[in-house]
Write a protein that binds this ligand. Sequence first.
Ligand SMILES: Nc1ncnc2c1ncn2[C@@H]1O[C@H](COP(=O)(O)OP(=O)(O)OP(=O)(O)O)[C@@H](O)[C@H]1O
Ligand SMILES: [Mg+2]
Length: 508
Amino acid sequence: MASAVLLEGITKRFPGVIANDGVNLDVAEGEIHAICGENGAGKSTLMKILYGMQPADEGRMVVNGQEVKFSSPKEAIALGIGMVHQHFMLADNLSVLENVILGAEPAKNGIIDFPEARRHIIELGEDYGLKVGTRDLVESLEVGERQRIEIIKVLFRGAKILILDEPTAVLVPQEVEELFRNMRELKANGHTIIFIDHKLDEVLEIADTITVIRAGKTIDTVKPEDVTARDLAELMVGSELPVPETRESTVTDHVVIEAVDAAADDDAGSPKLRAVSMKVHKGEILGIAGVEGNGQAEFVEALMGMRPLTSGSISLEGVRMKGWGTRQRREAGIGYIPEDRTRRGLLAGFPLWENAMLGQQSMEPYVRNGFWIQREAARSHTGKIVEQFDVRTPSVDVAAHALSGGNQQKLIVGREMSAELVALIAAHPTRGIDVGAQAAVWEELRQARATGLAVILISADLEELIGLSDRLVVMLRGDIVAELDPTKVTPRDLGSYMTGASTQGGES
Ligand SMILES: Nc1ncnc2c1ncn2[C@@H]1O[C@H](COP(=O)(O)OP(=O)(O)OP(=O)(O)O)[C@@H](O)[C@H]1O
Ligand SMILES: [Mg+2]
């Protein structure tokens, strides 16, 4: 089989870091090729080099048999390479149509040919089973839909070689199945796909070939039929595959957070959360399961004071938080790991030490005796987070955007978990984190729970949700539709409650 992409000895250095250290990669034409490796191993960097976003310092690139040197993505696109990034790059305030054609507008007599563009997008959608509404505003779309737009955008530019950087990280299991159907469809039509994924069972299901990268070097290239998930984990991080387990219960009857008939609207003013009631106790992890868009986000925003309740109440340690802003809630000891790290979790251009005190600027150890920011305290505190949570970085002074995606996530988790908390709202805490670091975050959550933290855990990783939670509730269309015992439920059962295929009538 001919190679669609051949990379030889690719080396890329950043200040203090060798991101790629002589990487080799051979991707056959028409295959689905997975790239695995721990956070910071150099996967995204390698893909950005292939896409012409960053020049390599050394090495050779051959695309479709032709040696290439790209100085911009434009040149890669011209050779049929397209990339969907780890962090989406759509413009929220534009329509789907405008987003797709942006920078590649088809023109007739010098005017943008919108009807032709719309026809082409609809045709692509039909060919590959990628359903999209061309007139919708991107800000109104769910993540799964945004991703489909990103893929269409790449196909619209004529890509034959598609690079997908962690496409499944933001998807719920049902959406992953749909993405995999799309990927198989693309492959059947002669496309080559290179994709990055931390979920090893997914990699084994969809990939034809797997290349493992560690610390910027190619470790091995294997076939899924020859390896297990455990083998892959060992190749990646050199240790065994961890399992999420909570161990003995630490749940008390001391209620920390209580929601009573809490209701809220979405931004457009339609009801999104309908009379939700729940209690979370000291020492308890309450898992919230649900397909994205069923009110979980609104609930979390209401809890953090970012969205008003239209009725009902939420209290902390018996005190209603009505009228409290986000800062007051944080000061009262609620930690928050947000779902969208680039929009809500980090200031990309600021150094790690400033990011490490975001949301806590007004608290110890950053402010002492009424004085403003203690810079050295902040730097040394950041150093501790970096060490404890294994954030791979040359120093605490680099900008947050210089960290790999998973290391950004580890920094946020570390920041939130190192504050003095009574409660923690953790939305997808291990999203984009490699299997080794995931185990470390699980252990931190268990330890925090053992010392009395009340945790609300939201996760699309059903094994994580089942493994860590003491109690599980399922949200569907803004309601809690089931309460389940995690020791008795399988991911499959949970999935069918999430879609409404199973319901909790009298029988359970
Ligand atoms: N623009 C940059 N400036 C400085 N350092 C960078 C930059 N981009 C990446 N790095 C560094 O290069 C290394 C590899 O990063 P990369 O994003 O390729 O990792 P990755 O394998 O994609 O990890 P993840 O699974 O967390 O996404 C990291 O140590 C990162 O900090
Ligand atoms: Mg990456």
